[in-house]
Design a protein around this ligand. Structure first.
Ligand code: ATP
Ligand code: MG
Length: 673
């Protein structure tokens, strides 16, 4: 660890160096190794102007359902008030805001126009080739009304499923809200996924309509979408009746008369008046398949009232949103849950102004994001550790060329953010003043669950820290007992929360098995975590990825963080490979920073020693492989299971959700050298 202000990092010896019997809490699922003591309290000015205060925790603890009921009424407009905050009489199937009715699109759009804010900018869109569009709330409302009319005229009714296969363009948000308006259930499939992935998701949800585009741009080149839809629908017996196609990059497309319709001919010509009716609080809002980091994606089902309440509340509280003055930018693709909750829904529910960018961070140059921040004076930026580590690799001199002084809150989501990447984000991007909010949540949780409150919490590099008000998170041992501070275990949620998944589409048994069978009456998230001495929560990686080396359970995250804290390393992924002597051996895959020199064995030895020094000898990787890239999902998460296949000498398994399917070949080639 570098010696950063305000205080430095200390490390402790490995568990193996301690006398027997003092190796921590009985049943610790992870050795508790990496220590971080730097903290950054909010400035007095920030705290004084913060949207929420510490009082929220006490209020929520006193009566969780009552706290959420209050937020639901404060943040949303209900066409019919609810009679009960939570019905938990049939766990794990929760009902929130029983008897209430509301319309998601009305809440995101019409009511802001009715309140006199129709001229406020809802979306600044920046296309990859440099084209721009601006939508005010009044304009976006009109577009959504037209799309709602168009989809209804194509026979889509309440409860029908609509598959969405679009790039990051405003039509994606318009489509989602139009579906929500009429009560149709959207199912977004990443634009980067194959025809096969699209086909299986269309079939699983029995979609009636598909909304797509001719294509998009990726790194300056046109990239087709419609062709994959044609392939996905090439078999008999599918349920799709119509396909609406946005003209985006102008490339040639095949056309099926009667089935295919241009957006311009159906949506743009539809009437601009459409009345939003209220839907039941538990009416299905969408299905979204998880990233597939650990296995076959699951079709997660979210419903309306609770989901909207928690996304709106967390967006406001965690980002300290001041909708009149902030410019918010979440870089997530709409194909990921973050692009649902924190692009399509929460910012609009809260009346915020947001930036939407279609392309990749290096098109046409590696400063593109910072150019966008400067241009729109972005004040809240929400992105993923994978992006931050990529920018670290490219070098601090690139963001230094732009004026980033408008940034006042920085968010992170998707993976643990290594302390070193956190510090870089804070200093280089946040000017050493913008608080960083590391937000832990999942497709299943629907909204943020663990995160600091930027005007309240003293932030700590690498830790997601505290459950949000109204959320009952805990870390438990094998027996489901809460672990004391200073120990690790399994992350669980003890009480139902408003935006919780309501099931796996079409598979209630898998829902119970996956999340509710490991511990009695608790939601099992599948992640390992520890509580530090202050009680702050640290995410330690997937429980499936835990390594067992000579009887010591080691976390992937901690060893990766130790590697990333070395000045030569930009990114690291660690897996446990079967080993005859130690049970499992730590194998690390690292990407070096742009300016680092690879001295072969000497570099590997230096990195091994560095891990030994930071964490302890037990954690030293047996092998360290320098690779050009790491396999990642489209949402930027490292797919360790594929690396484990490589480390154990197998052919890598299912790689269909990889962002770049050639990466496994690149890694194999680099290892043959
Ligand atoms: P699958 O469940 O199909 O394997 P996935 O878990 O990658 O896919 P998501 O729902 O997109 O799909 O990701 C949620 C997971 O991402 C969490 O369970 C956790 O492992 C990780 N994660 C998200 N945010 C954070 C964070 N702030 N810190 C640490 N880990 C995080
Ligand atoms: Mg998951």
């Amino acid at each position: 660890m570098s010696q950063d202000t305000p205080s430095s990092t200390a490390t402790v010896p490995s568990a193996s160096a301690q006398p027997a019997g003092q190796q921590g809490h009985q049943g610790d699922a992870f050795a508790n190794l990496l220590h971080e003591t730097r903290t950054f309290p909010p400035s007095p000015e920030f705290a004084a102007d913060a949207v929420v205060t510490a009082a929220e925790y006490g209020e929520a603890n006193a009566d969780r359902p009552a706290f959420w009921a209050k937020k639901a009424r404060e943040l949303l407009t209900w066409s019919k008030d609810f009679t009960q905050a939570l019905d938990w009489s049939n766990p794990p199937f929760a009902k929130w805001f029983v008897g209430g009715e509301l319309n998601a699109a009305y809440n995101a759009l019409d009511r802001h126009v009715e309140a006199g804010n129709g001229d406020r900018v809802a979306i600044y869109f920046e296309g990859e080739p440099g084209d721009t569009r601006t939508y005010t709330y009044a304009q976006l409302t009109e577009e959504v009304k037209k799309a709602a009319n168009a989809f209804e005229s194509l026979g889509v009714a309440k409860g029908d499923r609509v598959a969405v296969y679009l790039p990051m363009i405003p039509e994606a948000v318009i489509t989602l809200l139009a579906c929500a308006r009429i009560g149709a259930v959207h199912s977004v499939v990443f634009g980067g996924f194959s025809a096969e992935a699209l086909r299986s998701r269309i079939d699983d949800a029995e979609a009636k309509l598909v909304v797509t585009a001719d294509g998009t741009y990726r790194r300056g080149k046109p990239s087709p979408l419609k062709a994959a839809v044609d392939d996905a629908l090439a078999h008999d017996g599918h349920t799709v009746q119509n396909v609406v196609v946005v003209k985006r990059n102008g490339q040639d497309v095949d056309w099926t008369e009667g089935r295919d319709h241009w957006w311009a001919d159906t949506v743009d010509t539809a009437p601009a008046e459409h009345t939003a009716v209220g839907h039941d609080a538990e009416h299905p809002l969408y299905i979204l398949y998880t990233s597939g980091t650990t296995g076959k994606p699951k079709g997660i089902l979210h419903t309306t009232g609770g989901y909207l309440t928690q996304t709106a509340y967390t967006h406001k509280a965690v980002f300290d949103l001041h909708p009149e003055t902030d410019v918010y930018w979440c870089t997530a693709d709409v194909g990921w849950v973050t692009g649902h909750s924190y692009v399509a829904y929460a910012p609009l529910l809260n009346g915020a102004t947001q930036v939407m960018y279609e392309g990749t961070p290096d098109s046409p140059h590696q400063g593109r994001w910072w150019e966008i921040v400067e241009k729109y004076k972005v004040s809240i930026l929400y992105t993923a550790p994978t992006a931050i580590r990529t920018f670290m690799k490219w070098g601090a001199e690139i963001p230094a060329k732009y004026d980033l002084s408008s940034l006042r809150v920085l968010g992170s989501v998707g993976e643990p953010i290594n302390p070193e990447a956190w510090m870089w984000y804070r200093k280089v991007i946040g000017g050493d003043k913008a608080p960083i909010v590391d937000t832990w949540w999942q497709t299943e949780t629907g909204a943020q669950m663990i995160a600091p409150l930027p005007g309240v919490t003293a932030t700590k590099p690498g830790s997601a820290q505290v459950p949000l008000p109204g959320i009952a998170v805990d870390v438990v041992d094998e027996m489901g007992e809460s672990v004391p501070n200073g120990h690790g275990g399994f992350l669980v949620i003890r009480e139902p929360w408003p935006s919780m998944l309501r099931g796996i589409w079409g598979d209630p048994e898998r829902f119970k098995d996956t999340y509710w069978s490991r511990f009695e009456s608790m939601y099992f998230a599948g992640d390992g975590a520890k509580k530090d001495e202050d009680g702050d929560i640290w995410l330690l990686g997937r429980v499936d990825d835990v390594m067992n080396v000579s009887g010591h359970r080691l976390s992937t995250t901690e060893i990766e963080s130790a590697l990333v804290s070395h000045p030569s390393v930009a990114e690291a992924a660690v897996v446990g490979a079967t080993d005859e002597t130690t049970g499992q051996a730590v194998v690390a895959f690292v990407i070096l920073r742009g300016d680092a020199v690879n001295n072969g064995d000497a570099t590997v030895q230096e990195l091994r020693n560095h891990v030994g020094k930071e964490i302890g000898p037990i954690a030293k990787p047996k092998n360290i492989l320098v690779v050009p890239e790491l396999p990642k999902t489209r949402s930027g998460k490292i797919m360790r299971r594929l690396l484990k296949d490589v480390a154990e000498g197998r052919d890598p398994g299912d790689a269909t959700t990889l962002s770049d399917p050639t990466i496994m070949q690149q890694i194999a080639a680099s290892l043959r050298k």
